[in-house]
Design a protein. Structure first.
Length: 175
């Protein structure tokens, strides 16, 4: 399965195919080989576009799952938009998320400077923010207005997290 980090691969494959097509133009007289290469490139591009997760140049948009967690280091500093299930509420501005359908997905810490809605375990949320590779309490506190309890957040040290700009309850759940 192609993941959200494959936009660079898609760009690379397209470039290689285009260059390959140009190099073949001098080697063939009927153009059929070039057409075959172009058709193959178009098929690969269609397969990538058909994936359920949407990779963008800005980051990632889609459900939180193990694939996202495994690829988060490639998204460091990029904007992500995730739908997920609340795992545990840690404080007024921190909680964890779980994969909505996958019980094996690692919990991911989310911190939010603004007011978060009244969250409860198992709520479905939409989180938009910046993916970060490594939670280091001192650095996080320096970068925001958080006053985070070291005893509570010690277990998250060195793990990836999301610095949320927006946290919303899933509108479908609110109905």
């Amino acid at each position: 399965m192609l993941t959200d980090t494959n936009w660079l691969t898609r760009l690379g494959v397209g470039s290689v195919v285009a260059l390959g097509a140009l190099s073949f133009t001098g080697c063939t007289t009927d153009g059929e080989e070039v057409e075959d290469i172009v058709e193959s490139a178009e098929e690969i591009e269609e397969e990538v576009e058909d994936q359920g997760e949407e990779a963008t140049e800005e980051g990632f948009e889609g459900p939180y799952d193990q694939n996202f967690y495994d690829d988060i280091e490639t998204l460091d500093g990029q904007t992500v938009s995730l739908s997920a299930t609340v795992g545990q509420v840690i404080s007024d501005n921190a909680f964890t998320i779980l994969g909505s359908d996958d019980l094996t997905t690692e919990e991911l810490l989310v911190i939010h400077e603004g007011m978060t809605p009244a969250l409860e375990t198992d709520d479905t949320v939409l989180v938009m923010g910046t993916a970060r590779n490594t939670f280091i309490l001192e650095e996080v506190e320096e970068g925001g207005t958080w006053d985070l309890d070291p005893g509570v957040f010690a277990e998250w040290e060195t793990l990836p997290y999301i610095e949320a700009d927006s946290v919303q309850l899933d509108p479908a759940e609110a109905e």
